[in-house]
Design a protein around this ligand. Structure first.
Ligand SMILES: *Cc1c(COP(=O)(O)O)cnc(C)c1O
Length: 356
């Protein structure tokens, strides 16, 4: 790894009690270029803009995918990643689906650890605080022929993240738009999947909702995901989530929630969820909770479901009665080293670059 430390650290301008998520960037970033069939050296360099042309294939044809993960700092200042190997496996799954070169474990994990290590002072401490990390791969070749590119960049950038408390939101069950299609790229974290979801989401917002519950593209009869998160439904005391597929992204938070629920002895059913069954459960009072899960906010609880022009209210459970809140707390406690880690999910980031 080539390490070029910044001479102009911006850390003194960073106020961990007052910053905006997503556009405050840490001092450094990782970059690595792919050319002539192979990846070059991984470089840890000062964060900043790079120079590309509008003829870059990544922006013309959307050959681009990304990951989202976090680093956490405990009360003693120790820093941890959460299940980073899952993100490594998934970025390569996405890359493969988009005909892009896969990255090596060393590039991904060593790059990640070096970046988090060198900029560990940027990780805010305290409840719900973290560093949000964005690894990505995109085509950089200057060419306008529609074909697989032969130049790429792998990069990792990161932004401090605040407490994840979010108000319960209203979601519209989609009856027309789809996030993913059979045979499509729904199981990849393809940049274009997000672009395609913005317009339908804008329409839902105009109708008074915050997010969309994506349903299957052929019949709209089954729940798939919610917004950019995986979805869970609780009917009586059983929780349901649809199986991952080529249309449902294999979320790390989803998998962690399933394991945490099972550990608590909660019945978890991984099976297709029919919209009709959820609506019926809402009407007969057995629908207790519906929520989304993902790395960014961990959990977003839903307060109402939009279906057939109606806004159906969900019960407002206390934190003690809510499985969503209980499992979120279990997860956050493991992530931020407040409890034991029976699953071996935490990966400590050692001080390796101190002497550089
Ligand atoms: C990233 C993502 C998720 C959540 O995955 P996590 O690994 O839990 O962050 C869910 N759905 C979609 C469409 C996503 O892009």
């Amino acid at each position: 790894m080539i390490i070029q430390k910044t001479e102009n650290s911006r850390i003194s301008t960073f106020d961990p009690n007052n910053f905006s998520f997503g556009n405050t960037f840490i001092d450094h970033m990782i970059i690595c270029e792919y050319e002539d069939g192979k990846w070059g050296d991984v470089k840890l360099v000062p964060y900043g803009p790079l120079m590309f042309t509008p003829a870059m294939m990544g922006v013309n044809y959307g050959q681009a995918c990304f990951e989202g993960m976090k680093a956490y700092k405990d009360k003693d200042g120790q820093v941890f990643l959460f299940r980073p190997e899952k993100n490594f496996e998934r970025i390569n799954k996405s890359a493969k689906r988009l005909a892009m070169p896969e990255v090596t474990e060393e590039m991904f994990l060593d790059g990640l650890k070096a970046l988090v290590d060198i900029d560990r002072d940027w990780i805010p401490q305290g409840e719900g605080m973290s560093l949000y990390i964005r690894p990505l791969i995109f085509a950089t070749e200057e060419a306008l022929k529609a074909r697989v590119a032969n130049k790429y960049m792998f990069a990792i950038v990161a932004t401090p993240a605040k407490s994840y408390y979010t108000e319960p939101v209203s979601v519209k069950i989609s009856d027309h738009y789809s996030r993913a299609a059979s045979g499509g790229v729904g199981s990849a974290k393809a940049a274009g999947n997000y672009a395609a979801s913005f317009y339908p989401t804008q329409l839902a917002i105009e109708e008074g909702y915050e997010q969309i519950i994506w349903t299957d593209d052929s019949t709209h009869e089954y729940f798939e995901e919610s917004g950019t998160m995986n979805v869970f439904v609780r009917i009586n005391d059983t929780i349901y989530t649809p199986p991952t597929s080529e249309k449902i992204l294999d979320g790390v938070t989803r998998d962690s929630f399933i394991q945490l629920a099972k550990k608590r002895g909660i019945e978890v059913k991984i099976e297709p969820i029919k919209v009709k069954d959820v609506i019926e459960a809402q009407k007969n009072g057995t629908l207790k909770e519906v929520w989304g899960v993902g790395t960014a906010v961990v959990t977003t609880v839903f307060q109402a479901l939009g279906y057939n022009g109606e806004k159906l209210q969900l019960p407002r459970l206390s934190d003690e009665d809510s499985y969503a809140e209980m499992l979120k707390t279990d997860l956050v406690n493991i992530q931020s080293n407040l409890t034991e880690d029976p699953f071996g999910w935490r990966v400590q980031v050692d001080h390796v670059l101190e002497t550089v």
